[in-house]
Design a protein around this ligand. Structure first.
Ligand SMILES: Cc1cc2nc3c(=O)[nH]c(=O)nc-3n(C[C@H](O)[C@H](O)[C@H](O)COP(=O)(O)OP(=O)(O)OC[C@H]3O[C@@H](n4cnc5c(N)ncnc54)[C@H](O)[C@@H]3O)c2cc1C
Length: 433
């Protein structure tokens, strides 16, 4: 692995190997330095971040330049990132920010740091790495932190923070995606252990992962389960746990997505997460963070694609003028900039609400619905402004377009977000409960 450099500013070491930046910056009482995070035209100033977040942005940016950019094209070709990116991220203090220091984490539940990280993955066009980290940090970790026993946390969290343990989150099955009550993977007791059998699909980090947080049926029922039919387990890779074929995705190809097969996989009782029968309730309680993470990535992708497109149309000429000088281009960009900043404003407020423990599943669904649909539409219009070059994969806009196409589907489709919001309006309980 490359040597991890230090960042020293005004003679003060801001960060170095194994030094989570936020705490260091705070303890050293660093003054806010000029940040170029607001590069590009911005009419609505964002007030959500303070100096610690901007210092952290430098770290995330340096990490992208050093540990991701030189390898990303190769990872994209092989549909798999090197494991070393996980340990490099762990070494830099970028994983498990919310994990308490006693388990090796930064003890920083402030979601703005994760937002900054996601923004930098989007800005540098490395969204596949952002997605892989999102599954580990926004889906698996919150469940372990909220419901795991002390023993379970001690065994799993330090490795997840260091990047030595890579996790996936296995909810979806061939016959059950939007409707989780259709899950058929089952867990049956065998003494103090559980035996898990079934099949999952579309599992990010499914091949590269060492363990998976699995939602399985524990009440022996068949057909559509009830709200207390399912439980969560941390399942280690081992006998009976077989990753299936690598799925050939249209975008975000630097991350692996696969089927998982479980054939009587033995799981110790101590790897049951929380209580039996509470899996669906837990996933509903933690759903705001998953939706928020996708909303943040969507807003960041929209902003990054807008800025990159503005640069392109400024440099590209036709009919003796810059493409930017056509009225159509200016009008399209005017719409996009407005949408980007409205989206950022809503998403920023959602992040603050999350920090305050007040982001409801409905509000998180609104953030995901709005931001992901904007990202899809904005990347499409930006691609059009590139003409033929927009269709060529080596141009960032085509990668952004393909990445954005996933955002309205995974983590709950837009239709399910509308259902969630609509049911709340009508005073009905969520579908998966
Ligand atoms: C690249 C990728 C990565 C993924 N990563 C993961 C992962 O790591 N872990 C994981 O568990 N899952 C993952 N998923 C799965 C993803 O969350 C599901 O694909 C998604 O929730 C939709 O489920 P489905 O594909 O079964 O579609 P279906 O549920 O079959 O839906 C088909 C269509 O019907 C619509 N629909 C369904 N129900 C309703 C309704 N009540 N009202 C109106 N319309 C409805 C849907 O919106 C959709 O348009 C991933 C998917 C992809 C493509």
């Amino acid at each position: 692995m490359d040597a991890v450099p230090e960042i020293v500013r005004d003679g003060i070491r801001i960060y170095g190997p194994s030094t989570p930046v936020p705490g260091v910056a705070r303890r050293q009482g660093l003054r806010r330095h000029r940040s170029d995070s607001n590069e590009g035209p911005r009419t609505m100033e964002r007030t959500v971040f303070d100096e610690d977040h901007e210092l952290f942005r430098d770290v995330a940016r340096e990490f992208n330049d050093r540990a991701v950019a030189p390898h990303y094209a190769e990872w994209d070709r092989q549909h798999m990132m090197d494991r070393s990116v996980w340990t490099a991220a762990g070494e830099q203090g970028l994983l498990g920010l919310a994990v308490p220091e006693e388990f090796g984490g930064a003890g920083m539940p402030d979601y703005r740091f994760r937002s900054v990280l996601d923004e930098e993955f989007a800005r540098s066009n490395h969204l596949a790495v952002g997605l892989a980290f999102h599954l580990h940090d926004d889906l698996v970790l919150p469940h372990l932190l909220a419901y795991g026993s002390e023993d379970l946390k001690e065994r799993w969290l330090p490795g997840m923070v260091s990047g030595e343990i890579v996790t996936s989150c296995a909810w979806t099955e061939p016959g059950a995606g939007s409707d989780l009550r259709g899950i058929r993977t089952k867990a049956v007791r065998d003494g103090d252990d559980w035996l898990i059998s079934g099949q999952k699909v579309f599992i990010g980090n499914g091949i590269s992962g060492d363990a998976s947080l699995v939602l399985a049926r524990t009440d022996g029922s068949t057909g559509r389960g009830s709200s207390d039919s399912f439980s969560l387990f941390m399942v280690s890779r081992g006998e009976g746990y077989t990753p299936g074929r690598q799925l050939d995705k249209m975008g975000l190809r630097a991350s692996d997505t696969a089927e998982l097969f479980f054939d009587n996989v033995r799981v110790p009782g101590s790897d049951l997460v929380g209580e039996v029968g509470q899996g669906l309730r837990y996933s509903l309680e933690q759903i705001p963070q998953g939706r928020l993470g996708i909303a943040v990535a969507s807003a960041a992708l929209a902003r990054a694609t807008y800025e990159q497109t503005l640069r392109y149309v400024t440099e590209r000429s036709a009919f003796g003028e810059r493409v930017l000088d056509f009225q159509n281009t200016r009008h399209v960009l005017a719409d996009i900039l407005t949408e980007v900043e409205v989206t950022e404003t809503f998403v920023d407020q959602s992040v603050l609400a999350f920090n305050a423990g007040a982001l409801t599943p409905t509000a998180a669904a609104q953030a995901k619905l709005w931001a992901s649909e904007r990202a899809k539409s904005i990347t499409d219009r930006c691609l059009q402004l590139h003409g033929g070059y927009g269709y060529i994969l080596e141009y960032p806009v085509s990668q952004a377009f393909l990445a954005a196409r996933l955002l309205t589907i995974f983590g709950g489709t837009s239709e399910i977000m509308r259902e969630s919001i609509g049911r709340s309006i009508a005073g009905r309980s969520p579908q998966n409960r």
